[in-house]
Design a protein around this ligand. Structure first.
Ligand code: AMP
Length: 280
């Protein structure tokens, strides 16, 4: 497995692989890797000939500077983990390499960036679009793999590829969970043992909510989820919304023919956790 920090070196390697007829699969990450990331690498391996993983904590997508400072950075450990997979190359650029000058681009995703994460993390998706568009331009992958865990991000990346006419297939990958149901996240490492234990309540509540759907109105169910989560002294719901999976408009009625995804953000001590569940 190669580890590369410079763009020119990376592109020379990619050119060579492409000349040999290989398809490039790309998995962008911010490191502090867990089995969720590894599952993306495995899917990429099944669907492409040459797999590139990027590890880069992107400063422009952090609306909360404390979150950026506290974000776990475990490069040595990440490289050891990836070395056990079929990843061919890790690209781990410095911030100056990715941003030789300030990125002033403003993307416009309309409704998609106004709701949920977009509402509570202003500027977050613009930063995501900045870094992912740079990576796509540098790597020019055939396919890029994104987790359903960050459902709204996935929808926005699909919109980004469309807006920029990029010939890249975006492949969604299922959420990988801990044994007690908590969605794996690099931020979970920052939870105390007690918080970690109580955080499993989030997914348990989402599953109960899915069972309760149709027995009460959408509005009542949304209230029930927030109240149930907030009854746990370690958890505070920021939002719980049930949206369609394309335009991210709130679903008002269970009879809607659109696909429905329940998305939640919960504050657990200092750590902000997100998760989602698909409704029938
Ligand atoms: P991050 O390093 O948190 O930016 O995540 C990098 C990629 O891994 C994104 O596409 C995430 O959606 C995906 N990912 C993060 N956690 C999980 C998980 N628990 N299951 C599946 N994919 C995940």
């Amino acid at each position: 497995m190669l580890v590369v920090k410079e763009i020119t070196e990376l592109q020379a390697i990619i050119d060579q692989e492409k000349k040999e007829g290989k398809t490039i699969g790309f998995v962008p990450t911010m490191g502090a890797l867990h089995n969720g990331h590894i599952s993306l690498v495995e899917t990429a391996t099944q669907q492409s000939n040459y797999v590139i993983v990027s590890i880069f904590v992107n400063p422009t997508q952090f609306n909360d500077k404390k979150d950026l400072i506290n974000y776990p950075r475990t490069l040595e450990r990440d490289l050891k983990l990836l070395d056990k997979t079929s990843c061919n190359l890790v690209f781990s650029p410095d911030t100056d390499t990715m941003y030789p000058e300030e990125d002033k681009r403003q993307f416009n995703f309309g409704q998609l960036e106004k709701v949920m994460e977009g509402q509570f993390r202003p500027g977050h998706f613009n930063g995501v679009a900045q870094v992912v568009s740079k990576f796509f331009e540098i790597v020019k992958p055939d396919k890029a793999f994104f987790g359903f865990k960050d459902f709204q991000q996935l929808v926005i990346i699909k919109a980004l590829v469309k807006q920029l006419n990029l010939p890249i297939e975006i492949v969604p990958c299922p959420i990988v969970r801990e044994n007690d149901g908590l969605a794996m996240s690099s931020r979970n490492q920052r939870l105390t043992e007690e918080q970690r234990h109580n955080a499993s309540h989030i997914y348990k509540t989402l599953c109960e909510a899915r069972n309760k759907a149709h027995t009460m109105s959408v509005k009542e169910l949304k209230q029930w989820v927030a109240e149930t989560i907030n009854q746990n002294e370690f958890l505070e719901t920021e939002y719980f919304e049930i949206s369609d999976d394309e335009q991210l408009n709130p679903i008002k009625d269970w009879n809607s023919p659109l696909n429905k995804v329940g998305c939640i953000a919960v504050q657990c001590g200092e750590v902000r956790l997100i998760d989602n569940i698909v409704f029938e």
